[in-house]
Design a protein around this ligand. Structure first.
Ligand SMILES: [Zn+2]
Length: 300
């Protein structure tokens, strides 16, 4: 009885808060990684949705009419930049977006790679900058700045949330380094399908070898490239093969079949997992990928 009357007493109070509080700021993020960062910085002051959902491929994404609608009613759009979202300019144009746009990678020093296309070498910017936690902190700072510009009344809240979350990333960074310290230098090499882990590799001392380039748009490697990679796997006794949650497994399965190497569980590269799977947040993605990579590298 007492509980019931307490609840009754609280209801009008709750309603009063509900009506007094401003509506959350409508935000659109292009990817699930960005969506999670916006949630952590924005808290209950924002309502964020991502265009490319869990396990989705941002390189080859095809926007839907509901994406244009979401963008036209958003006050802030958060994008990765560095060439990840090639489909975005057209979508923003058709949505007639007039709000604030945040490029989360602003201020990051991008990695570039030389890729071969039609026999010609060309320099390509690597967009997967979120795969380093130091860069993750820059994303968070840019998002906090963007949220404050779109919603100055809550600037202090965004700043405070951003600082607390950045601190969690710093703690995680030390944990990742400590985990990987158990892997001897000679074993710090893995094969992944597409080249999404160069930032991770550079930050934490792991060499990633990937038969598909920086974008999944580039398609399958040639038979000659696959044969060359198989020779390398055998010569260097590489044991761990990984595919990403966004890639198809045909190529990696073939490499495993031909070389006897083992295919590990999928890594989360360009998108988070669904809530029921192991990497539904940016932090969980790092924890999971690190544990999975470590287990693969330590195979004998
Ligand atoms: Zn990618």
């Amino acid at each position: 009885m007492r509980l019931a009357s307490l609840l009754l007493a609280l209801i009008p109070f709750g309603l009063a808060i509900g009506t007094a509080a401003a509506d959350p700021l409508p935000v659109v993020a292009t990817t699930s990684v960005l969506e999670d960062l916006v949630k952590n910085v924005g808290g209950d002051k924002v309502a964020v949705r991502s265009l490319v959902g869990p396990d989705g491929d941002a390189h080859t994404y095809e926007p839907t009419p509901s994406d244009a609608k979401a963008i036209s009613s958003a006050r802030l759009v958060v994008i990765n930049g560095l060439g990840l979202e090639g489909w975005l300019t057209r979508l923003m144009g058709s949505a007639g977006f007039t709000g604030t746009r945040v490029v989360a990678t602003e201020g990051i020093t991008p990695l570039t790679m030389t890729e071969e296309e039609g026999g010609k070498a060309r320099k390509v910017t690597d967009p997967h900058a979120w795969q380093s936690l130091a860069n993750g902190r820059i994303y968070v700072a840019n998002i906090a700045k963007g949220l404050a510009a779109a919603d100055p009344a809550n600037a202090a809240v965004y700043q405070q949330n951003a600082e607390a979350y950045a601190q969690r990333l710093t703690t995680l960074e030390a944990k990742v380094k400590a985990e990987l310290a158990d892997v001897p230098a000679a074993k710090r090499r893995v094969i992944t399908t597409h080249d999404a882990f160069q930032y991770y590799g550079k930050a934490y001392g792991v060499q990633f070898i990937a038969p598909i380039g920086l974008s999944t748009e580039e398609g399958e490697p040639s038979a000659g490239d696959v044969a060359k990679l198989e020779r390398q796997i055998k010569r260097e006794k590489l044991k761990a093969l990984f595919l990403e949650n966004i890639s198809n497994s045909r190529l990696i399965d073939q490499l495993a079949h031909d070389t006897g190497a083992v295919v590990g569980p999928p890594l989360f590269s360009d998108a988070l997992s669904k809530p029921s799977e192991p990497a539904p947040t940016y932090i969980q993605m790092f924890e999971y990928n690190t544990a999975t990579l470590k287990a693969g590298m330590l195979l004998n």
